[in-house]
Design a protein around this ligand. Structure first.
Ligand code: DSN
Length: 402
């Protein structure tokens, strides 16, 4: 075998070893099942499948038509939706296609500020969304809540065409029912990006906004624990055709057929009681971990979490870049993160974000996550003896892939 090929294969192997030997608390990640991984790596990758079932640009798609239809069906069942497009390569592409389906270039979008928990594709100046649309941001209130009253005021003043709900680092509750009423009264549309919380929604643990939004988008690999990619859902007939044409040919060429077959297996796994129990445990773990940090004297933006994640402040404690890198050295992965109204730069923001999807997939339960939170506090407080070895032991007790 050629030397560089051996090296390449070795890096793949090393990455798996690193995954097995790390406690991953990155809120946007999770571990796909071996079944989903295997079926997203099939020979169907060879096929070009531009278009939609029974309406393809190329011939020879009849078996893939069946696969795509089944995948669509599974995602509709998961979210009680009448329509689903499973082709977006990613959440970013799903958002781009959804926005194109709803509004015109330069129309006004109201979205949560990136520092308060928003996402790049919700209007960041260097992203397509910030370049193609007129963006106005809303903020959390002074107690870090998403305030209906503040939103109502800004909507009255700014008259947006589109309101984006759904966030990357907000642990509070979104009042979809109230905001839907507001949208009907004030004539704006709602796009809900449920990427982070879609697994919790599909299990019925968080309110499903499908009937309270014009379009819903999600990634498939966060709490939903699937193969990487995006989906677009809607119960509003008016948008079904528009969404399909915004994805193809508007946004992408051919979809990635092997990933769509991987998504099928992932969705099938979510349509199952085991997955519901898994997501219940995520919520328990997330609440216990946050409580442990608070007990040890750390501040979060809210003193509760409604989902799989939360933010912890490092203000006046330590530097977040150094902290993230140091934790990685001892085998714990977190990501440094902005806090609402952060005056620090994106390179060195004032806090870090914790998510419990990965540890829960490894079957960590109440006491186990409490232990991990205590290890992190020990590291911050420099009582660091034995943490690295203890992390390694936990990784061995709770393997990802047996
Ligand atoms: N950066 C990821 C997130 O946390 O939302 C996905 O874009």
């Amino acid at each position: 075998m050629h030397f560089s090929l051996i090296k390449f294969l070795n890096f793949l192997k090393l990455d798996l070893i690193k995954q097995e030997n790390s406690l991953n608390l990155i809120a946007s990640e999770n571990y796909s099942s071996l079944t989903s991984i295997i079926y997203s790596s099939s020979y169907i990758v060879n096929k070009y499948t531009e278009g939609y079932p029974l309406n393809r640009y190329y011939s020879g798609c009849k078996f893939f038509d069946f696969i795509e239809n089944k995948t669509i069906f599974e995602s509709q069942t998961l979210f009680n939706s009448l329509f689903s497009n499973v082709q977006p390569h990613s959440g970013a592409q799903a958002n781009s296609a959804a926005i194109q389906s709803l509004i015109n270039l330069k129309d006004k979008i109201l979205s949560l500020d990136l520092k308060s928990g928003g996402h790049l594709t919700h209007g960041f100046s260097k992203n397509f969304s910030g370049k193609c649309y007129n963006i106005v941001n809303y903020l959390l209130d002074k107690n870090n809540f998403l305030s209906n009253k503040n939103l109502e005021l800004i909507i009255k003043n700014e008259k947006p065409r589109l309101l984006i709900l759904g966030y990357s680092s907000y642990q509070g509750i979104i009042d979809w029912e109230y905001l839907r009423k507001l949208s009907l009264k004030n004539n704006f549309l709602i796009l809900s990006d449920i990427s982070h919380i879609s697994g919790l929604i599909s299990s019925g643990l968080i309110f499903n906004p499908i009937n309270f939004s014009d379009i819903v988008t999600s990634t498939t690999h966060k709490t939903l624990r699937g193969i990487k990619g995006g989906i677009i859902l809607s119960n509003n007939k008016k948008y079904f055709k528009k969404i399909n044409s915004s994805v193809f040919p508007g946004q992408q060429g051919g979809c990635i057929p092997n990933f769509i077959s991987g998504k099928f297996f992932s969705f099938k796994e979510c349509n199952n009681f085991n997955f519901i129990n898994y997501t219940k445990q995520i919520l328990i773990n997330s609440k216990i971990m946050l409580k442990t940090f608070i007990f040890r004297g750390y501040n979060s933006i809210l003193n509760f979490t409604n989902n799989h994640m939360f933010l912890i402040s490092l203000k006046k404690i330590t530097n977040s870049i150094y902290f993230e890198k140091y934790l990685e050295k001892i085998g714990i992965l977190v990501n440094k993160n902005f806090l609402p109204n952060d005056d620090s730069s994106s390179i060195n923001p004032s806090g870090f974000r914790i998510g419990l999807s990965c540890l829960t997939t490894r079957k960590f339960k109440n006491d186990d996550v409490e232990l991990v939170a205590n290890y992190i506090c020990d590291v911050i407080e420099k009582k660091i003896n034995f943490v690295k070895i203890n992390v390694r032991i936990l990784c061995k007790i709770f393997p990802i892939y047996k």
